[in-house]
Ligand binder design. Structure first.
Ligand code: SF4
Ligand code: SF4
Length: 147
């Protein structure tokens, strides 16, 4: 009886969660896993400001003081996606964040699915994964039902 109740609650929790993520937050992926503190994501950063990935140093200099996070960044390169930054708040020896308790929201929420839309990807050793909320089989089955 108790097991059935727990399963039912969990079932409805999943339905509500899926609804909130897809219909309210307009998300396509769940972030799963946990941080392994490898520090890779603080070394190779693209910055999307508004709808555009920053690709010019001149633009970046103008924007730099709009957001606390931008003031931590330094340009280390550029590729077809945009400017590549590293964060000066990363301790070069331990690879840990020097302001971990007070790190910006963008770092707390990392990785977000916008990463893919920017042409980025998770580093190989990252402990997180982005999993599709609606699985391929579900999309396929919905298409079959409609046809
Ligand atoms: S503020 Fe900290 S967590 Fe955010 S990118 Fe810099 S070092 Fe990484
Ligand atoms: S790359 Fe992934 S595992 Fe490594 S510090 Fe960043 S979030 Fe954590």
């Amino acid at each position: 009886m108790l097991t059935t109740l727990i399963i039912t609650i969990f079932h409805y929790y999943k339905i509500v969660k899926k609804f909130i993520y897809t219909k309210i937050f307009r998300k396509h992926y769940y972030r799963v896993g946990s941080c392994k503190c490898c520090g890779e994501c603080c070394k190779h950063i693209y910055v999307k400001h508004g709808k555009k990935v920053i690709d010019s140093e001149k633009t970046f200099r103008k924007l730099q003081f709009l957001h606390r996070f931008y003031t931590y960044l330094e340009v280390i390169g550029k590729d077809e996606t945009g400017l590549i930054f590293s964060c000066t708040m990363q301790d070069p020896v331990t690879k840990m964040c020097k302001i971990h308790k007070h790190r910006p929201g963008i770092c707390r929420r990392y990785p977000q699915e916008e990463l893919f839309m920017m042409g980025g990807s998770l580093s190989d050793g990252c402990g997180y994964k982005l999993e599709p909320i609606i699985k391929f089989e579900e999309v396929l089955s919905n298409l079959i039902k409609k046809s």
